[in-house]
Design a protein around this ligand. Sequence first.
Ligand code: PMP
Length: 344
Amino acid sequence: MMELNNLLRENIKNLKPYSSARDEYSGDAMVFLDANENPFNAPYNRYPDPLQRMVKEKIAVIKKVGSENIFLGNGSDEPIDLLIRAFCEPGKDNVVSIDPTYGMYQVAADISGVELRKVSLTEDFQLNINDVLGETDKNTKLIFLCSPNNPTGNSLKKEAMLELANQFHGLVIVDEAYIDFAPGKTLMPELEHFPNLVILQTFSKAWGMAGIRLGMAFASTELISILNKIKYPYNLNILTQEKAMELLDKKVTVQKWVKLLIAEREKMEKLLAEFLFVVKVYPSEANFLLVKMHDARGIYNYLVEEGIIVRDRSKVHLCDESLRITIGNSEENENLLCALKKLI
Ligand code: PMP
């Protein structure tokens, strides 16, 4: 069984965390003169709950995990950064990620002065476990996976991810930012069997709340308490917590959006494939399509002129000549198709 404490950086093992004014007492007092707040302008005059207990209770029900297995951050970028800072000694430890994938693992590692080793996916964008394990050594603390993966759009095979978690001595982080578009593909039910598994999800995609900055990490209680120990004391503001509570009561709306977006994705996949300059539309389980075409950069520039912005991924490993196109509403998607038709 993995000893989480042994994986931690020395200074984090010994860290005495900041204690907030209301850590000791959070009962039903009437008068709060402990945090140097302004008594006027309620409720925004008060510091938010540092552990976001009410939001977590609602998420726990929906995700079928304990509240103590949830960490909430300022986007899922926050737990990505915190995991590196908690476990990796700058200049000594390293992390491994797949290639291509979401860019923040590299940036967060670079900011912390931690080496990131990239392991190419196979041609069909799947994991080669031996290649990944081959890049690890005793100083490898974390492996970042992303499923469905950005920018390729496909899910990684469950068995391969779990096999990796089985064989690796450190933490396996699976970024499931797009998981709501890939029903049945989540590793959430595996959390209790794999103490070294961390799952990241976000309110920014299917939940339609990129603007409030709310990301989630799900893991063992031990790991969650490490993240809580090193986070900023009040990392989620009151407005974000309030908006999240509102949305969590509207689960049906989110399911409706997901259904609509998947239908739009299927339509776009078919229609984009019909253009002569399109070489391939890669299968997607996310809310975007990776589309390989002749002269991707030229088409990107043309679309910018037409007032349509997509993401140029043509210089990304295994994605040559490809654009990543987010699925919009039917009108936005129609605009894109019209612009592309004018090209012929
Ligand atoms: N993970 C992946 C795979 C992403 O594509 C993104 C956003 N593009 C994020 C995480 C960041 O999400 P958040 O808005 O929660 O920081």
